[in-house]
Design a protein around this ligand. Structure first.
Ligand SMILES: [Zn+2]
Length: 523
């Protein structure tokens, strides 16, 4: 069969055990039609074939991010970025600059601040924000996404006072005055979201286009896109129908939107379309950074607290059962061991009452584990949806949970050894979107007893990612008949020092047989 695209002179890592290496690949439309030597693949060249000389660069199966807040990332790209801010003073400066650039535009949001990095070593307050911007509402979330700081205008618009009480959330009060100090935790942040005007469809589409561009530049061919609203789903579908969606999308949809999915024309089954319904998502707890992840024993650096469960166990069981019974794949955010245990109980009960083969339910993050929890995950056939780069970003982990528990935070290797399917992602915009940084972290940045091999780490972004979206027969390896999704890299991950994997550059990204990104000056 004549090919539409042929790549020659490549170092192809197929991840297909029957043919692990190849030098050339031929594609017809969206499918791979030949994998082998240059000579074998040249047979598929016709007049209309586009030929790419890969110049011995490395080709791997398309990398997929299994947990990414794409729309939020798109918005973050247009808001003040406080990730590397070293002090509250610097935060104020950046806020002032952003406010003057976006004069008259209403709410200022964004953030990703981290008080651990601040010279002042404390949380910012409403008064800190007021000193920078007082004439517009401001709400800036912490890097974890589970805590935010609001200025006085934002608090007023949200109707937050010292009397406000929210289940699963907290309004911090100033010790001296007894007034809300601006820090808002967990579910209480919803009071703010409720009064923030929804972005127009143009703004939403712009954010989606921007975020997809960043994703393919990072070498991603697919994303498990966590959405918050039906408007986002509509925007993604619209881009797809206009041929403007460069990347495959598997949706992670909040439970509260479950009933509305039928109207959006989405089903879990349609394998070949670019946008598919994926899993129904809900939360069990918060994050370690903000000490809102639910632990069995108190935080080592805050002995009065064991974190926050967002639902009672009974309620969580009910919610999981609801999604499971409706036939959806379920993904529950759980970080602390108490949160994870509740999720395991909920899955166990749902599966006991309504047994289902091949459900592929997932736990998102599953950070603080122990051997018993891992055994239960395996027994229930759950997928561990992990974000390897957290091990780089969370150097304070031993402070939070102590040495003994820290041993079992992100035990990548034990999960793999015990037979749990590990699928990787970024949790961007909390982390950088680059899958190479994730592979680097899993291979080189976790202690040796829990780090992954390059093959395992790469597998967690390819084969296992495909398994997590029910399409291991269509994706995850480079072999004849599979979808033509791959990533071209500047170096062979298997033949460089693990320490420098973070320096590897994405040369080209191919989705559905089309080049959706090529680095300038390459090819
Ligand atoms: Zn997330």
């Amino acid at each position: 069969m004549s090919a539409s695209l042929v790549i020659l002179n490549a170092n192809i890592i197929t991840l297909n055990p029957k043919q692990p290496k190849a030098t050339a690949v031929a594609i017809h439309k969206s499918r791979i039609v030949a994998v082998g030597s240059n000579a074998e693949v040249r047979k598929h060249i016709a007049k209309s074939t586009k030929i790419v000389d890969a110049n011995h660069e490395t080709v791997v199966p398309g990398l997929v991010d299994c947990h990414v807040h794409m729309t939020e990332f798109g918005f973050f790209l247009q808001t003040p970025d406080l990730r590397n801010t070293q002090s509250i003073k610097e935060m104020q400066q950046k806020l002032r600059e952003h406010a003057s650039k976006t004069r008259g535009k209403g709410w200022i949001q964004g953030g990703r601040w981290d008080q651990e990095k601040f010279a002042e070593k404390r949380y910012p307050t409403r008064w800190d924000l007021d000193a920078a911007v007082s004439d517009r509402p401001v709400f800036l979330v912490r890097v974890c996404g589970h805590i935010g700081v609001a200025n006085t205008q934002a608090l007023r618009l949200a109707g937050i006072t010292k009397e406000t009480v929210v289940e699963g959330g907290k309004i911090d009060l100033d010790e001296a005055t007894g007034q809300p100090c601006g820090i808002i935790r967990g579910n209480a942040m919803r009071l703010i979201w409720k009064v923030v005007p929804q972005p127009s469809s143009e703004v939403l589409e712009e954010a989606c286009v921007l975020t997809c561009k960043k994703a393919v530049e990072a070498g991603l061919t697919g994303v498990h896109w966590l959405v918050e609203t039906t408007d986002e789903i509509r925007a993604i579908k619209k881009l797809d129908s206009e041929g403007k969606l460069p990347i495959r999308v598997y949706l992670g949809v909040p439970l509260r939107l479950m009933d509305r999915l039928a109207n959006l024309g989405l089903s879990t089954g349609a394998v070949d379309s670019m946008v598919r319904m994926g899993f129904v998502k809900l939360f069990a707890d918060g994050s370690l950074g903000s000490r809102t992840a639910a632990l069995k024993e108190p935080y080592s650096d805050e002995p009065k607290s064991t974190g926050l469960l967002l639902h009672s166990k009974k309620k969580l069981c009910q919610l999981v059962l609801e999604a499971h019974k409706a036939g959806f794949q379920v993904g529950v955010h759980a970080i602390g061991d108490r949160g994870i245990e509740n999720v395991l109980d909920a899955y166990e009960e749902a599966l006991k009452r309504f047994p289902m083969e091949d459900h592929r339910h997932r736990i998102e993050h599953c950070s603080v584990l122990n051997p018993q929890l891992i055994r239960r995950m395996k027994k229930l056939c759950l997928i561990a949806s992990v974000q390897p780069h957290f091990v780089v970003s969370d150097p304070w982990i031993v402070d939070r949970v102590g040495r003994k528990r820290a041993r079992w935070v992100y035990p990548f290797k034990t999960l793999v050894k015990k037979g749990v399917v590990v699928a990787s992602g970024s949790d961007c915009p909390i982390e950088d979107i680059s899958p190479l940084l994730g592979i680097w972290a899993a291979v080189a940045k976790r202690s040796p007893d829990e780090s992954l091999t390059v093959k395992e780490a790469l597998g967690s972004y390819t084969l296992n990612a495909a398994y997590a979206s029910f399409d291991e027969d269509k994706k995850g390896t480079i072999e004849v008949g599979k979808l033509a999704d791959f990533t071209v890299l500047s170096d062979d991950l298997f033949n460089i020092e693990p320490d420098v994997i973070n320096k590897v550059v994405v040369e080209m990204t191919v989705v559905n047989g089309k080049v959706v990104y090529a680095r300038e000056d390459s090819f």
